[in-house]
Design a binder for this molecule. Structure first.
Ligand SMILES: [Zn+2]
Length: 63
């Protein structure tokens, strides 16, 4: 249990495990959103079902 294996976990698992620091580190500049749990992440590999977040210069969330 001494190994830090969080790199292999998805955002939702990190969140479920209460590893908020890990979650925060992976969504500092999110470009993807999980289609299952709606979490955001910097990289697609952090998500179960990654969908590209639409880059927006404004507040038009629904793009
Ligand atoms: Zn997910």
């Amino acid at each position: 249990m001494s190994e830090n294996q969080t790199d292999q976990r998805k955002m939702c698992e990190l969140h479920a495990a209460g590893l908020m620091e890990e979650v925060d580190q992976r969504c500092t500049n999110p470009e993807f959103v999980c289609g299952k749990c709606r979490r955001k992440a910097n990289r697609a590999e952090y998500l179960h079902n990654p969908l590209p977040l639409k880059k927006s210069t404004g507040d038009n969330f629904w793009g």
